[in-house]
Design a protein around this ligand. Sequence first.
Ligand code: BG6
Length: 477
Amino acid sequence: MPFKKDFLWGGAVAANQIEGAWNEDGKGISIADVVTSGNVHNPREITSELEPNKYYPMHQASDFYHHYKEDIELLSEMHFKCFRLSIAWTRIFPNGDDKEPNYKGLEFYKKVFKECKKYGIEPVVTLSHFEMPLNLVKKYGGWCNRKVIDFYIHFAETCFSFYKGLVKYWMTFNEINNQTDYNSELSMLADSGILIKGLSEKERENKMYQAAHYELVASAKAVQIGHGVDSNIKIGCMINMTPQYPFSCKPEDIFQAQKAMQRRYWFADVQVFGKYPNHIETYLKQNNFRKDITEEDKLSLLDGQVDYIGLSYYNSNTIKAKSNNLNFKFVGSELNVENPYLKKSEWGWPIDSLGFRYSLNWLEDHYHKPLFVVENGIGMHDSVTKNKAIHDNYRIEYLREHILAMRDAVEKDGIDIMGYTPWGCIDLVSMGTGQMSKRYGFVYVDSDDKGEGSFNRLKKDSFYWYKDVIDSNGEKI
Ligand code: BG6
């Protein structure tokens, strides 16, 4: 059997995309609460205040806050071994800089974790998944401010202590490396609480490196604190893995793709080895970025190495050098080109299951750490038949190909993988577009892009298929 006996099969969600109840039981406003809905052609808008005529999809999301019992029962029917979710920082500390936690918020997750445990489902918890308190952005400038390290640590310590014995697997920040796309308003807000409008490209990049440094110090301190609270828990980093392929064997393409990999994955080097790699140190010095780093920070990074690497994998990316100028920027989409060998999803994301196996091998080569695949999947439109069935063969096909690729990575390449939690196991609001109609789940949620619907849950064909995958430990696929 390729997968270990205790392989953690499950699914993943994030608080801001599934819970709704954005202002209930003392919850404060998070950055996710001020982002409107969009679609593949119209980007989501970030508003500085809540505007009465705008629609904010995260306010209702899938209403997991009121449906969690029913939802976890459905996951248990698929025989989930684990369930990845995040804690909304603003449920625990509504303003982020509060001294005392909001006990109603703490109690909510205790109930959720206990409900999971009732069915033998292990919670896998991300502390920060794109939802920092808005107050920290407005009052302190988000992660550009060193003070935010202390607020995050207070939040992390509160959670580790309060949920001691209930949660074994933690992650500090979701997709911490997405901010390397520093020209994306949404990535910069989601990862670092930075509003980039009006900033030059140089200023954006400068802010990104400083904010990322504070986040990495916060992550390392959280790892130390967590291990101090309970030496049995495992704390991972979480990176978005999008391998950067060279478009051709032209040396310039290969070199630019290598540089793109370095600029995207140095975060994992810091979190795994406790220090910055030389190529990034050199780049930072040359550009006078990340000016504030102390000797104490360096020690914190060394002492806060993670136990495992959590990763998301959706697709690969292809890089073509534009000229022979090797200093050309590859941020955003400037060097991205279509890969002629790959099909795309309805939302234009390339589909590349071998890229998944490639990624797992790449991570093993670089880090020699256990890997936990905490996101993978395909966002698609689903339609419900008269008999309330959802025939989502496209989803089964994508997941089957990717699980087979992961199986090869384990069986043929010897990669140590702890578990697999496909994204959005219960339909939720898309982060990128704010649409409900971009669905990933095994469980359908009856709500549309305007938040209208009964919020009833339905089982898709993939629900029954995934149950068999879990029951056979990845054999019946
Ligand atoms: C990951 C995020 O980047 O991709 C999730 O961790 C997100 O929060 C997922 O939902 C899929 O992206 P999207 O834009 O389809 O929601």
